[in-house]
Ligand binder design. Structure first.
Ligand code: XLS
Ligand code: CA
Ligand code: CA
Length: 438
């Protein structure tokens, strides 16, 4: 079989290394809090940005000349080479997982039947690669944004025939994800939103999306798909306003349509910041609402206000997220997907390795730091202590519904004293957290 990365040795862990083609922190077999790093992190490589993106942007043409695209012009032949490259890459990185969109792995045909046939054929090849390399599918998803038929949305389109096209596409993509034993299935609605309210019936579009997702759930149960359904929030881009704005919005939407037990969220770091939140906020909210599922670990650039999908390297951010994940017992079916892309000046194949190694080491380092913080227990003890008064019989009675406004007001008036203020100790806690980052 053709090799695309023969110049690069399999990436291995080497403590204190200065070689940027080694992992300095990611040691898959190292045990942390009873599990290996590999089991904690469940890292995946994405097809889309890694193997499909050509380096073009809205101002300029392609800058990459990847061999899987440039040795043939036949789209199915390219798809075959791309799949071989992807699995070789995952294996070289020593990872277990990958993720894909239907259109990343197989091209559109002249009609739906041919499109589905293209995908089925490449999925058979992928199944062979998976068997050979031991790679697993973290999630599959349908691309409902690229084709012009979806310019006004897929499930939220004013035309029911386009809605139906999206149903057929997602049905087939879920079938293929099941065939590849995907552990999750993702829905990201980049065009499920609007560009202007002047032509949009927002309430109707939400009902359409509610119906679409309800039918998807029915189908999932009918075929016995074992994975988790995930919705990936993003506030905008490509639409001006996307209905899956952030985790809280998605949760409210799911509750409105009675779907909150059927879906979880796939939180992307870059989308969290686009929504005006921190990455950690989205993760904390998802745990609080019991919808935490998986993570796309790509970070944004604070000075560029769009989705730059960079490798996760900001340690304080990763460590805080990792701390939340550890506190809640870790991933179940989710993992850290690197939905990341190179800068368009990073034109060499080796750059794909440098990028992934930096992100994987970033996640590993975040895990090491978070485990240390958790083991020391300072933050946890402080936070528990901060809510201690809710453990008194009086506090418990309020939360158990044994009190009402009149009783509580009478309780205050009985003593009529100003409650004592307690320091939140933010600066001290930031010191304790920051000390672990070095
Ligand atoms: C785009 C999204 C996309 C989803 C899957 O911004 O990140 O890649 O992860 O469709
Ligand atoms: Ca993503
Ligand atoms: Ca993104």
């Amino acid at each position: 079989m053709q090799s695309f990365f023969s110049d690069i040795e399999p990436i291995r862990f080497s403590a204190n290394t200065d070689n940027a083609l080694h992992y300095r922190y990611y040691d898959p077999t190292r045990k942390i809090l009873g599990k290996t790093m590999e089991e904690h992190l469940r890292i995946g490589v994405c097809f889309w940005h890694t193997f499909c993106w050509s380096g073009s942007d809205i101002f300029g043409e392609s800058t990459f000349t990847h061999p899987w695209h440039h040795t043939t012009t036949d789209p199915m032949q390219q798809a075959t080479l791309r799949a071989a490259a992807a699995f070789e890459f995952v294996e070289k990185l020593g990872l277990k997982y990958y993720t894909f969109h239907d259109r990343d792995v197989a091209p559109d045909g002249r009609n739906l039947r041919e499109t589905q046939d293209n995908l089925s054929r490449i999925v058979d090849l992928m199944a062979g690669h998976m068997q050979r390399t031991g790679a697993k599918l973290l999630w599959g998803t349908a691309n409902l944004t690229h084709h012009k038929r979806y310019m006004a949305g897929a499930a939220t389109n004013p035309n029911p025939e386009i809605f139906s096209h999206a149903v057929a596409q997602v049905k087939h993509c879920l079938d293929m994800t099941q065939k590849l034993q995907g552990e999750n299935y993702v829905l990201w609605g980049g065009r499920e939103g609007y560009d202007t309210l002047l032509n949009t019936d927002l309430s109707k579009e939400m009902d359409q999306m509610g119906r679409f997702l309800t039918m998807l759930v029915d189908y999932k149960h009918k075929i016995g798909f074992k994975g988790t359904l995930l919705i990936e929030p993003k506030p905008c881009e490509p639409s001006k306003h996307q209905y899956d704005f952030d985790t809280a919005t998605v949760f409210a939407f799911l509750q409105k349509y009675g779907l909150e037990k059927e879906f979880r969220v796939n939180i992307e770091a870059n989308h969290a910041t686009l929504a005006g939140h921190s990455f950690a906020h989205e993760v904390a909210y998802a745990f609080a609402a019991n919808v935490f599922g998986s993570i796309d670990a790509n970070q944004g650039d604070p000075q560029l206000g769009w989705d730059t999908d960079q490798f996760p390297t900001r340690l304080d951010e990763i460590a805080q997220v990792m701390y939340l994940i550890l506190q809640h017992g870790g991933f179940t079916t989710g993992g850290f997907n690197l939905d990341t892309k190179l800068r368009r000046q990073s034109t060499e194949i080796s750059d794909l390795f440098y990028g992934h190694i930096s992100g994987i080491d970033g996640l590993a380092r975040g895990l090491i730091i978070a485990a240390q913080i958790l083991e020391k227990g300072v933050l946890q003890k402080f936070t528990e202590q901060r809510y201690q008064q809710w453990q008194t019989p009086y506090g418990k009675d309020i939360l158990a519904g044994k009190m009402d406004f009149e009783k509580i007001a009478a309780h205050v008036l009985q003593h009529d004293k100003e409650p004592q203020l307690t320091s939140g100790r933010q600066e001290m806690l930031e010191t304790m957290f920051g000390r672990e980052l070095v």
